[in-house]
Design a protein around this ligand. Structure first.
Ligand code: GLN
Length: 440
């Protein structure tokens, strides 16, 4: 009997989620496309004798990751009709382990945004409060997990695009260390920063998906380290930890208090020590990030010239993507003076150094994930305000460290995330610490 239940579980689970999507996604707009072959694929998985680690898990994928035969539109008119011709490496790994891809999710156009509002196909709404933004740019993936439309999801991170919407939607979001997940098949925003990341409803599931996609790929020269996660250890409380607490006035006292409360509870329960940490580069992070992104996005999008993928990006993309293209081309012209991109690269190195130093005396660094609560969909906010949603997430991208956002509680019914950053390639330790917080 037990065997029988297992045999039908992928299909049953898929059906349950498809019903829910049909009823509720009209309001949320988390998906841009459902996988037309999902039912067949679910049956094929259920019919296998030997099943992989992800058998029974239903996974949504951000629309900037190539899944063969599905539409990797990047939520842009530019790639509206582009069908992926191959699987990204992370997708190959998921399929090898019998994960089922339910569909492609909505996002900020070309992953450029922090609110989910720059999609060419309408904004995604926050399932926890549909009048609010879900965060971005992986808006649909976070919303799909939060709305219970799937078990897990893939997103991508350049400056916070997994952690930010995870925080606003009340789910787990992991940004892996740069060089630990293959970027093969991820459509770039900024290739020196981009990493595929994961969303899930709990740490063991998030760790499982991360572990599957963190395989070394010969197709990607950036791969550095990909140790396997030890799942027995995940449940163990790490001893003698020193928890770094970011000493930085976020400006929203209710968010600061909530994170402090949660941290104090954990520290008291597990007998950890704490240390206040000041980051000298914090004020520079956003200003360093954007020149890098503008220039790399400009350069990466030159292939969307209308010859191969249909539309020319300049004729078809929305204002935020165009701002970056225009900005990137201007910066590139001025670059022979070494003014912007070169300088930003130098500061990026300093951020790396500072992180290297602080992690000599602490095991993790804790802060709010996002410094403010999400705005109402459609509210006019300035470009600067939008860019500052990521003020606390960008440093880990610049340094290349791993980081996770976990739900810390709610303020006026709105989920608030706590960010835990660890040293490079310390995903195992990070998951253990996050699991301790999750259990409180
Ligand atoms: N919000 C940031 C941006 O617009 C981060 C995007 C991302 O991580 N993909 O660039």
């Amino acid at each position: 009997m037990g065997e029988f239940i297992k045999m039908t579980s992928t299909l049953q689970s898929l059906q349950k989620y498809l019903d829910k999507i049909k009823k509720e996604d009209g309001k949320i707009n988390a998906f841009l496309q459902l996988n037309p072959n999902a039912l067949q694929e679910a049956k094929a998985i259920d019919g296998k004798r030997q099943k992989g680690k992800l058998a029974g898990k239903i996974i949504a994928v951000k629309s900037n990751i190539n899944v063969k035969g599905l539409n990797a539109s990047c939520a842009s008119k530019t790639l509206e009709n582009y069908k992926a011709t191959y699987d990204a490496y992370a997708i190959q790994k998921i399929k090898d382990e019998d994960g089922l891809i339910i569909g492609m999710t909505n996002m900020d156009e070309f992953a450029s945004g922090s609110s989910g509002e720059t999609s060419a196909f309408g904004p995604t709404r926050n399932p926890r409060n549909p009048s609010l933004i879900p965060g971005g740019s992986s808006s649909g993936s976070a919303a799909a997990v939060s709305a219970d439309f799937c078990d897990m999801a893939l997103g991508s991170e350049t400056g916070g695009s997994v952690r930010n919407p995870a925080s606003h939607c009340g789910v787990i979001g992991i940004k892996p260390s740069y060089g630990s997940v293959s970027r093969y098949g991820l459509i770039d925003l900024s290739m020196s920063l981009d990493q595929i990341g994961v969303f899930a409803k709990n740490i063991p599931d998030a760790g499982l998906l991360l572990d599957v996609i963190r395989e070394k790929s010969e197709k990607d020269g950036i791969m550095e380290r990909t140790e396997k996660i030890n799942f027995n250890e995940i449940e163990k409380v790490p001893k003698n930890l020193t928890i770094g607490i970011l000493d930085f006035p976020v400006g929203d006292e209710s968010i600061e208090n909530l994170i402090e409360l949660k941290t104090n509870e954990a520290v008291a329960k597990y007998g950890w020590k704490t240390k206040k940490i000041k980051l000298s580069i914090l004020d520079l992070a956003v200003e360093t990030y954007y020149p890098l992104v503008y220039v790399e996005f400009f350069s990466g999008t030159r292939r969307f010239d209308g010859r191969r993928y249909g539309k020319k990006i300049e004729d078809s993309a929305g204002p935020e993507a165009l701002r970056r293209i225009l900005g990137g081309s201007e910066i590139s012209k001025a670059e022979y003076h070494g003014r912007y991109y070169d300088k930003a690269l130098k500061i990026k190195k300093l951020v790396e150094k500072e992180f290297e130093n602080i992690f000599k005396s602490i095991d993790c660094l804790i802060s709010p994930t996002v410094p403010k609560l999400p705005h109402k969909i459609g509210t006019k906010i300035s470009v600067e305000e939008m860019y500052h949603y990521d003020a606390l997430t960008i440093p880990a991208n610049l340094a290349g460290n791993c980081a996770v956002s976990i739900p810390a509680g709610e303020i006026q019914g709105i989920p608030v995330g706590m960010q835990i950053i660890c040293d490079k390639f310390q995903e195992q330790k990070m998951l253990q610490i996050a699991r301790c917080f999750e259990k409180i």
